[in-house]
Design a protein around this ligand. Structure first.
Ligand code: ATP
Length: 383
């Protein structure tokens, strides 16, 4: 009987977090071999920019070297969405006498009981989970004692890297040692993750800190999804989302410089509220530096914090994307995300109301554009 590790994933691209996990799992579990299976369309996530199955197979061959690994195209060949249970059933017919160890990261274990036929999966394989971040404490109380016995928590020091993060770095032509050099070369030679925004990223990355870059990328992704859903221009949404906070990390002097240079004026209320400066100076900066003169994009940047009455579709998309992007975790984010699935306007009404309430309860002034935004949505939806 062989102990076979099964490691499935999008591998878009495979990175050192993956190879390290595979190596450590092999060591701890004393595996005889491991099958690496790039998935077709990942059922647990919304695909971002997905490299082709062929390229992901190639990258896996480059990343996972040696006879110990077999890179399998079984999920790609099957087409359609990849469900782990189907893969394991198929493997069981090929290896009826062997024992399977299905390797996952802690993010996957957290959603495991929502996987299709998860109970059957546990009968077909041991689930072996490694922590992706510090402080990982899996809740195993939902499992029966027999099921719990099939779950192995791998004691491996977390290695915080993700494919999403690496796609961004390579798209922005940044340096990284978290990718195997041969994988990095394959990406570069085949232009796998170039979404045409690398020139903008260079400017943005020079002006923002890591936290804000991540947020901008998340808003860009979310704005593109919303634009597709509501019929706005997806490429403009992606760019407006990416650039919306371009002046967020600027000092007061830099804001004032842009204001002086572009002839913008701040109202009395804006003068005492630095939190709204960046939407004004952001749009002004993008225009004056010749980064974009697209009025729709500039409008979306100009009003993304306060909103306003009668927003354009792109302004609505970016305003909501900024509130519900994947990195956001404020208390009501789940409600707004749900509303945004069916009605952009309902989501805006909720968000404007939430913002007004929050400011009022903290004894802070409310920008009149936010009040206008709230009023226009109330009239539109309930009037
Ligand atoms: P993305 O950022 O696109 O979601 P990813 O980095 O999570 O990608 P996947 O290909 O989706 O990569 O991951 C395949 C499997 O590897 C999953 O079970 C995932 O939890 C696990 N994994 C990925 N990165 C790490 C890591 N740094 N440490 C531990 N497990 C990881």
């Amino acid at each position: 009987m062989m102990k076979i590790g099964i490691f499935g994933g999008t591998f878009n691209p495979p990175h050192k977090g993956h190879t390290r996990l595979a190596e450590k799992a092999a060591e701890i579990l004393e595996l005889d071999r491991m099958i690496i299976i790039p998935s077709c369309i990942p059922p647990h996530k919304i695909p971002g920019k997905l490299a082709s199955g062929y390229d992901r197979m190639q990258m896996c061959r480059l990343a996972f070297e040696g006879d110990f690994y077999e890179i399998s195209s079984m999920e790609l060949d099957r087409g359609d969405k990849s469900y782990t249970v189907e893969t394991l059933r198929e493997l069981k017919t090929l290896y009826p006498d062997d024992e399977f160890y299905f390797i996952i990261g802690s993010d996957m274990l957290a959603t495991f009981t929502r996987w299709y036929c998860w109970e059957e999966i546990l009968t077909l394989a041991h689930i072996c989970a490694a922590s992706r971040e510090k402080g990982f404490e899996p809740d195993l109380s939902v499992y029966t004692p027999e099921q719990r016995e099939r779950i192995v928590i791998l004691d491996i020091e977390p290695f915080e890297v993700s494919s999403t993060q690496l796609r961004r770095i390579v798209a922005g032509e940044g340096e990284t040692d978290l990718l195997d050099e041969k994988v990095r070369q394959h990406i570069e030679e085949n232009d796998l993750y170039d979404d045409g925004l690398s020139e903008y990223r260079k400017i943005l990355y020079s002006k923002l800190d890591g936290f804000r870059i991540n947020h901008s990328e998340c808003v860009s992704e979310c704005a593109a999804t919303l634009a597709e859903r509501y019929g706005a221009d997806v490429e403009k949404a992606r760019l407006a989302g990416l650039l919306h906070d371009v002046m967020k990390n600027a000092s007061a002097d830099e804001h004032l410089e842009v204001i002086e240079k572009t002839g913008e004026t701040l109202s009395k209320l804006e003068l005492v509220n630095p939190k709204v400066w960046h939407q004004i100076t952001g749009a002004a900066f993008l225009k004056s530096e010749g980064i974009t003169d697209d009025e729709e994009i500039l409008g979306a940047v100009r009003w993304h914090t306060t909103g306003r009455a009668d927003m354009t579709l792109l302004e609505k998309v970016v305003y909501i994307a900024d509130f519900i992007s994947a990195d956001r975790s404020y208390p009501d984010v789940g409600v707004v995300r749900k509303l945004a699935q069916t009605s952009l306007e309902e989501a805006i009404l909720y968000t404007a109301r939430y913002t007004v309430k929050k400011l009022v309860s903290a004894d802070l002034p409310v920008h009149p554009a936010t009040v206008d935004c709230y009023n226009s949505m109330i009239l539109h939806l309930k009037g």
